[in-house]
Design a protein around this ligand. Structure first.
Ligand code: BTN
Length: 241
């Protein structure tokens, strides 16, 4: 991963750029930019991408069924959390796919793909990390719930070294995914999780699911023990109670 790497000063969105390249690109191609003008988050949200952050997308061609694509998002969360820990901060994963430090979001992951029902052309894993970014540069409504690597100990991190370590970690996880399957990665995800064991409220467009988060399924659904029994929820906003 990263043998072929496209670096830009400014792009609209590295995910969009990677999607344009997707079919022709070698697996493992990385698109990285200093700044994004229209960085995208989940649910169509805007993703603030000022200079100093790490904004990158990786193109993968995993040969799995589209329904299993969320596994790659979980895999990426494991790789990011591990890399941040290597750099000395206590990162964990908040379901579904936020990497947090002290409960504050430091990284978001947006996986997109070109797929038919039974076949994936390619997957783009977009990773956004507030590296050397001041939280004050983020939109006001996000400041309280966000943090950055540089605000942990007040020093900028070496972004090149971080990206190198991250791509190495992603590649190791991806090879493991292909050779050993997903179960080991799921175990790691659970051990890095900040969510399992907590009282949560998961807000979905249809309903609110409240209870204790007890696990996660192989497809990435959160298992919540509610007053009405076990429920699995695939997507939603998770609030700790
Ligand atoms: C989220 O909502 O938590 C996901 C945020 C994903 C942001 C990254 S930054 C690199 C890539 N390009 C984008 O436009 N988005 C992703």
């Amino acid at each position: 991963i990263g043998k072929e790497l496209h670096y830009f000063e400014t792009v609209d969105s590295t995910n969009d750029m990677a999607k344009k390249m997707g079919f022709k690109a070698e697996e493992g191609t990385v698109v990285i930019a200093e700044m994004q003008e229209s960085g995208r988050g989940r649910k169509g949200d805007r993703w603030a991408s000022p200079k100093g952050g790490i904004w990158l997308s990786v193109i993968l061609k995993p040969g799995i069924l589209p329904v299993h694509a969320p596994r790659l998002t979980l895999m990426a969360g494991v790789a990011v959390a591990r890399t941040i820990r290597q750099f000395g901060a206590d990162a964990s994963i908040k379901w579904p796919n936020d990497v947090v430090i002290d409960g504050k979001k430091v990284c978001g992951i947006l996986t997109e793909m070109d797929a038919e029902v039974d076949h994936i052309g390619f997957v783009v894993i977009g990773i956004g990390i507030n590296a050397n970014v001041s939280v004050d540069e983020l939109p006001e409504e996000l400041r309280e719930g966000s943090t950055s690597l540089s605000s942990i100990n007040g020093e900028n991190i070496n972004r090149a070294a971080f990206v190198q370590a991250l791509l190495r970690s992603l590649e190791a996880e991806y090879l493991r995914f292909k050779v050993e399957g997903f179960s080991k990665i799921l175990e790691d995800w659970i051990s890095l999780s900040d969510t399992i064991g907590r009282q949560v409220e998961v807000i979905t467009p249809q309903k609110i699911i409240a209870g204790k988060a007890t696990g996660i399924t192989a497809e990435g659904a959160l298992i919540v023990e509610t007053a009405e029994g076990m429920q699995e929820v695939m997507a939603g906003r998770c609030i700790y109670k």
